[in-house]
Design a protein around this ligand. Structure first.
Ligand SMILES: Nc1ncnc2c1ncn2[C@@H]1O[C@H](COP(=O)(O)OP(=O)(O)OP(=O)(O)O)[C@@H](O)[C@H]1O
Ligand SMILES: [Mg+2]
Length: 278
């Protein structure tokens, strides 16, 4: 098996109450919030690694430790074998800019910029000349099916189209890793499925590593090469869909599959030996 592109080793993120909050709360409430607790995992090049868990289980915190937007309280994050904690702030920023794209639930587009200039933003920051970055941005917009709205502004577009812009903006710099936090969760079911299909199509064209946070197990099953289940800051189970379905580690894991049609994976039961998580 290839080397991991991202590795977490014993990562904790504990939030301590601020002085003001500690003053007003009773001592038993003044414990740190253990947003992440002893999380170790490896993510491999080209996989869609999906993180699932209830609200507050630490999914967003986990995603943001991967590019050191949230530095862990303890433990190590390795990106292509380099420990992020050993980089300077400038090196970390450069690494994010060159290698790691991010897409948010809230789209987070620049309202005062045209769609084209939103998509070209990362190239502009990297110092690319206007004509070239516009050409690349146009090509990327065409790939996400927005070839004809380049000169419009984000507020003129539907939510689904805005998220296509968000995706194009993240992908235009050709990052090796794409981090997506509930990126499709705000969209209507039909548009959401279209965006899932688009992501899968883009993956088929040029494979990159995607880390995708969602609440929704149907989405996780549709997209995930492997799925990681988070509970109260801890990683409960990581594995291919069929491994989780056929051998859920705990009732919490099983709970995520209730009401979800898993027949497609259950038929693959005889192959679980091959697909067991490492
Ligand atoms: N800046 C912060 N200060 C204090 N506590 C925080 C902070 N950020 C997150 N937390 C807490 O850490 C825990 C994990 O939060 P996180 O946002 O990672 O969960 P999540 O799984 O992404 O939840 P959701 O599904 O609601 O987005 C929660 O208890 C949250 O309240
Ligand atoms: Mg979150």
């Amino acid at each position: 098996m290839s080397e991991p592109i991202i590795e977490l080793r014993g990562v904790n993120k504990h939030y301590y109450p601020t002085a003001k909050r500690a003053f007003f709360s009773r001592p038993e409430n003044a414990q740190p919030v253990k947003a992440l607790n002893a999380v170790s995992l490896s993510i491999f090049p080209g996989e869609i690694f999906v993180i699932v868990g209830l609200s507050g289980s630490g999914k967003s915190t986990l995603l943001r430790t991967l590019n050191y937007l949230i530095p862990p309280s303890k433990g190590a994050v390795l990106f292509q074998g380099r420990e992020l904690g050993s980089l300077t702030a400038a090196q970390t920023i450069a690494l994010r800019r060159e290698h790691i794209g991010m897409v948010f639930q809230s789209f987070a587009l620049f309202d005062e910029r045209s769609v084209l200039d939103n998509v070209a933003f990362g190239l502009e920051v990297a110092g690319m000349a206007r004509a070239e970055r516009h050409e690349r941005a146009r090509a990327m917009l065409a790939k996400v099916g927005l070839g004809d709205v380049a000169n419009q502004y984000p507020h003129q577009l539907s939510g689904g189209m805005q998220q296509r812009v968000g995706l194009a903006r993240a992908l235009v710099v050709n990052p090796s890793v794409l981090l997506m936090d509930e990126a499709f969760s705000a969209l209507d079911p039909i548009i959401r499925r279209e965006m899932q299909s688009l992501l899968l199509t883009l993956q088929a064209e040029s494979r990159r590593t995607v880390v995708f946070v969602t609440h929704d197990m149907e989405e996780a099953l549709r997209l995930g090469t492997r799925i990681a289940i988070m509970e109260k800051g801890e990683l409960v189970q990581v594995g291919a869909p069929e491994a989780l379905i056929n051998a859920p580690a705990t009732p919490y894991v099983r709970h995520f599959f209730s009401g979800v049609d898993t027949s497609r994976w259950q038929m693959a039961e005889t192959y679980t030996d091959i697909w067991q998580p490492r």
